[in-house]
Write a protein that binds this ligand. Structure first.
Ligand code: TA6
Length: 302
């Protein structure tokens, strides 16, 4: 055997340290995403509802302490999914905000992972619906909902496919409940100049505020919002909401009227939440047989 003077060093092909990778913990009811740097997101299979998003040890989403998490009622908080109808409609005989938030979704698995991001998919089709929902909305469809967690962002994206031959129309919305320090000190920017529907006053008006403050019950639909919307406080953006192929923005805070909402708590919880919801709800979106629609939001922290 020849003695080699210059011995090759061992090839540096090591598998990554498992503690440096994102993880996905799946239970029978939920999926938890965790990044090695500590950020987490929790998604209930019921409604594919994101119920928690934690960054720097701080919860970013409001979840009512009276929220039902057992599949008996849509979750009051987090990010419930609205589909195929926003509110109620004479044309679609489904309960308020449709069936996506009250159906059990299938976990389709993780579609990408690394040390600084993790992405998972959930699916819903007619086979997952209750008999009543299927009868009220007999269209053949497939939804794929993707949640991506990075160190400073949470992305939610929906793919809607018409699996049938008949055209159907739908609304879709990410009904995000943001946690804020004090509702009286926050404002929503990016809405100025938009003609909105005021559901409290049952009227329409043009938004004049650069930064919309909230000082009473607020329930507004802003159609076709062109750019980024931010939730700001003290001149600083708390959350930046960027939308792709999603036109409208809904702003909701029930104010003291939350006392009439059975699963809303604590009593003063309305002071620490605001719903800023990205969706296509001002008009129906139509989808022909075999066609696919895709849209989503990225929420970033400054
Ligand atoms: O998105 C705003 C809104 O439609 C409001 O009108 C308000 O009622 C809210 O959603 C909550 O609806 P929910 O069916 O969850 O009680």
């Amino acid at each position: 055997m020849t003695d080699r003077k210059a011995k090759p060093t061992a090839l540096n092909v090591t598998s990554p340290d498992p503690s440096s990778l994102a993880t996905v913990d799946v239970t029978s009811d939920s999926v938890k995403l965790s990044l090695p740097s500590g950020e987490t997101a929790n998604i209930l299979l019921y409604g594919a509802t994101v119920t928690s998003w934690v960054v720097d040890g701080e919860e970013k989403l409001f979840l009512s302490e009276k929220a039902k998490l057992d599949g008996s009622k849509a979750v009051r908080g987090g990010i419930p999914l609205v589909f195929p109808v926003f509110g109620t409609s004479d044309e679609v005989k489904l309960p308020q905000h449709g069936f996506a938030r009250t159906s059990r979704w299938e976990f389709l698995g993780k579609t990408s992972e690394g040390g600084s991001s993790i992405q998972v998919d959930f699916g819903l089709g007619p086979e997952n619906l209750s008999a009543e929902a299927k009868a009220a909305w007999p269209s053949n469809f497939g939804l794929i909902y993707t949640v991506t967690l990075t160190r400073k962002t949470l992305e939610t994206k929906m793919i809607i496919r018409n699996e049938g031959t008949e055209t159907f129309k739908f609304h879709v919305l990410f009904h995000t409940y943001f946690k804020v320090p004090d509702i009286k000190a926050v404002a929503v920017t990016g809405l100025k100049g938009i003609e909105y529907k005021d559901k409290v006053a049952s009227s329409t008006a043009q938004e004049t505020a650069d930064a919309l403050g909230i000082s009473s019950e607020t329930d507004r639909v802003y159609p076709k919002v062109p750019g980024t919307v931010e939730i700001v406080s003290g001149g600083k953006a708390l959350y930046k909401i960027e939308r792709t192929n999603v036109d409208d923005v809904v702003v909701w805070n029930p104010w003291t009227g939350s006392s009439k909402i059975a699963d809303f708590g604590p009593e003063d919880g309305w002071q620490r939440m605001i719903c800023v919801e990205a969706g296509n709800v001002a008009d129906w979106t139509t989808l022909d047989g075999g066609d696919t629609w895709e849209g989503g939001q990225v929420i970033s922290l400054e």
